[in-house]
Design a binder for this molecule. Structure first.
Ligand code: ADP
Ligand code: ZN
Ligand code: ZN
Length: 725
């Protein structure tokens, strides 16, 4: 393993043991790695007299398992980072900071809690063949056990236990049990995927006394409902410690506690964001990846791993089943789940129907903006439809993917624009605090009274963001009253309104309790939330993504619009059919046609045909090498030099028949915080070839740094399977 260090230890430590080691003046956390990974020469080179002893071995903790170490090694190799970096990022920061004494104290507390939980679970009724049945019988006859946990359950019955599964859910679960997977659960929004996840979880947990399940969600803060549902269902049976969460919103102490619970096996279910894919779970039997298409599963820094892809790999390592779920799968997963005869590797489980009385998907309406009054933001028919909703006491959701008041401020006399002095981007006008803020580097200033260049007072916002949309809607809807005669209530949810901890939750609660008639927001509100009383969803200006240079834009837009449509009309109590409105200048675009039909397969098919013709993923594999430098020239010189020397190397040159390297180009936002950014695309029809080439190329990239033309280079990094090109 590259970068492994060698230390002395009095006693033989099994691989996976956590240790503290001195490095220079500091003391660091380390993991004893497999001996075999160190090359023999490296070790004969070592002078035992110069080796330092480890400071301490955290022997109170069981060693990290071989499969965990294999996952780290794989992730490091695949994403071109060092195993040490990946391992340390995967461990809770407090493991690094706590003294061994402090750690021992924590472990003692945990052990006591575990013993208590063990006692509680031992007293629950014996397992029968199916957990769903167990749960139901436990609910039906709590008095026979008389245990406190069940008594609590009885006082707040989880009616979900008693749900009869739909035929589609039953079929999906049966297939899940009959096949090894991996699975792609392709289910419409509201088809009951979460219920399937919970049943599969329940079944696997009851299959053995120690089985563990990892459930991943893209953004745990946006899905408190899911956490709640898992806790309600499983804590009663397996104890309060049985469900833990793992995400960046936790305090270091909470993160350590969750990690220890998972590592020791006390936690039977870990719910987490992408970082949870590295949770140490010695008895892992199932990994669920909810909303598997979500770009949040891809890390944007350090090892730029895809937690979804690693989940599939981890399933193989741990012998755990893997269940991916989405209403709008990533085209990669969709392609993997084609019929096995055509080469598919995942089994597709389909649940096309929504559950219950509200089985109908919303009606999609396209507004042809070519035929609307010039410059109008909300077309008259949409405005009218929102007004009707308000008058009926129903809610509407309007989204626009741009926050702030206006994306740019401009002088009508001299054409001055509010560019950021540090970035190749405009500063956004935020009216609420009259600031101009750069969304890339954070640079903020008060809005000038007059044009900084010519002094004209005629400076005005151009375009619109959610803040301005909210203002305009308030104006346009001011004549409309609610059923009780009171005024319309408009609320906005975006990154600006939810900066404070807990503010998103409280704003969502307001929407849920019916205190809001029209909700304005960014894609934040289109994702995942269960808005039961909303009967109209509108996308104000989604066209941009149709013509983006990023080939994944249509996929993302389609997913977003389908998800947004899925927010509407989940409440069976709504009498009218809910609607999804799309304002577009391209109403006949095939993407909107497929949306109107709620036809993801048709959309996916047309996209995959295009991708195959163009040799794009999933029909090819990509990596980006990104370089940051003081000048654009240096950034590009670094990439182009590293690329042009490949042909000169007898070791690397043969790869050029398998791998294509494109010339370096500036990134779409070329300068951020005075740093120039460039990137180079590397492509191959073979994943393995790309992989091997990148590993072999590392040394060249390292060496290129020192070239004179690369002076000013700050850093470079490889992004394997990049999501944003
Ligand atoms: P998805 O995750 O596919 O969007 P959910 O699992 O959230 O869907 O289910 C949508 C709603 O339907 C939830 O309120 C859930 O409790 C309910 N539900 C799920 N399965 C059933 C069922 N078999 N019978 C009745 N209601 C169900
Ligand atoms: Zn001016
Ligand atoms: Zn900036």
């Amino acid at each position: 393993m590259a970068g492994a260090l060698t230390y002395l230890s009095d006693s033989a430590l099994p691989p996976g043991t956590l240790v503290r080691v001195p490095l220079g003046q500091r003391e660091l956390l380390g993991v004893v790695w497999d001996q075999l990974l160190q090359s023999a020469e490296a070790r004969t080179d070592l002078d035992p007299a110069k080796l330092r002893p480890i400071a301490a071995a955290l022997t109170a903790l069981p060693p990290l398992s071989p499969s965990w170490r294999a996952l780290i090694s794989f992730a490091a190799g695949y994403y071109q980072r060092s195993a040490g970096e990946v391992a340390l990022a995967a461990l809770p920061p407090q493991l690094r900071d706590l003294s061994t004494v402090q750690l021992a104290r924590k472990l003692k507390k945990k052990a006591a809690a575990a013993a208590k939980a063990q006692a509680a679970s031992a007293s629950t009724p014996a397992n029968t063949s199916s957990t769903a049945l167990d749960a139901a019988s436990a609910l039906a006859a709590p008095q026979t056990t008389g245990k406190p946990a069940l008594a609590t359950l009885d006082s707040t019955p989880d009616t979900l236990y008693l749900i009869a599964l739909t035929a589609e859910q039953t079929k999906a679960i049966d297939q899940f049990h009959a096949h090894p997977g991996p699975f792609l659960l392709f289910g419409a929004t509201g088809s009951g995927k979460t219920e399937v996840f919970m049943r599969c979880t329940a079944d696997l947990l009851s299959s053995s006394g120690s089985a563990q399940v990892l459930v991943m969600v893209p953004e745990i803060n946006l899905t408190p409902q899911l956490e709640e549902r898992f806790k309600t269902r499983f804590c009663a049976r397996y104890g309060d410690d049985a469900v833990v969460s793992m995400h960046s919103g936790l305090t270091p102490a909470q993160r350590l506690a969750s990690w220890l619970a998972a590592h020791s096996g006390v936690a039977r279910i870990v719910l987490g964001t992408r970082m949870a894919v590295f949770a140490s779970m010695p008895h892992l039997k199932l990994i669920v990846v909810d909303e598997e298409h979500d770009p949040s599963y891809k890390s944007g820094e350090g090892a730029r791993y895809s937690a979804r892809d690693l989940a599939v790999y981890r399933g193989k390592l741990d012998g755990a089943k893997v269940l991916l779920g989405s209403a709008t799968p990533s085209l990669e997963s969709w392609h993997h789940s084609r019929p096995a005869e055509e080469g598919g590797r995942y089994l597709r489980l389909e649940m096309p129907s929504r559950v219950g009385a509200n089985a109908v998907l919303p009606l999609v309406r396209r507004v042809d903006m070519n035929h609307q009054p010039k410059g109008c933001v909300i077309s008259p028919p949409l405005l009218d439809a929102i007004g009707q909703r308000i008058a009926r006491g129903e809610q509407s959701m309007v989204f626009l993917n741009r926050r702030g008041y206006a994306p740019v401020l401009s002088c009508s006399d001299c054409d001055w624009k509010s560019t950021c002095p540090h970035c190749s981007a405009f500063r956004v006008f935020h009216k609420i605090d009259r600031s101009l803020r750069c969304h890339h580097c954070g640079f903020a200033e008060r809005v000038p009274r007059a044009c900084p260049d010519c002094g004209s007072l005629d400076i005005a916002p151009v375009g619109r963001g959610t803040e301005r949309l909210e203002e305009q809607l308030a104006l346009l809807l001011s004549g409309i009253t609610r059923p009780d005669g009171s005024a319309v209530r408009i609320a906005r949810i975006d990154a600006d309104t939810t900066k404070l901890k807990g503010s998103l939750e409280s704003q969502l609660a307001q929407v849920h309790s019916g205190e809001v008639d029209v909700l304005v927001g960014t894609q934040m509100i289109a994702k995942g939330h269960d808005f039961r009383r909303i009967t109209l969803v509108a996308a104000i200006n989604p066209d941009g993504a149709l013509f983006s240079s990023d080939f994944r834009s249509p996929e993302r837009l389609f997913g977003l619009l389908m998800q947004a449509a899925g927010r509407a009309g989940r409440d069976a109590g709504n009498s009218s059919r809910s609607e999804m409105w799309v304002q577009t200048f391209h109403p006949t675009h095939p993407l909107y046609d497929a949306l109107k039909q709620h036809d993801y397969p048709a959309f996916a098919k047309s996209q995959l045909v295009e991708r195959e013709q163009a040799g794009m993923p999933p029909f090819s594999f990509q990596a980006l090498v990104r370089a940051d430098a003081r000048t654009q020239e240096a950034a590009q010189a670094f990439l182009n030099t590293a690329s042009s020397t490949i042909g000169l190397s007898s070791e690397l040159a043969p790869w050029l028949t398998h791998v294509t390297l494109y010339p370096a180009v500036p990134m779409s936002i070329q300068r951020v915080a005075n740093v120039e950014r460039a990137q180079m695309l590397v492509e191959s029809p073979s994943r393995t070839a790309l992989q091997r080439f990148l590993s072999a190329w590392q040394a060249t990239l390292q060496a290129t740094r020192a070239q004179p033309q690369c002076k000013g280079l700050l850093r470079w990094a490889v992004d394997v399977d990049p999501l944003l090109i």
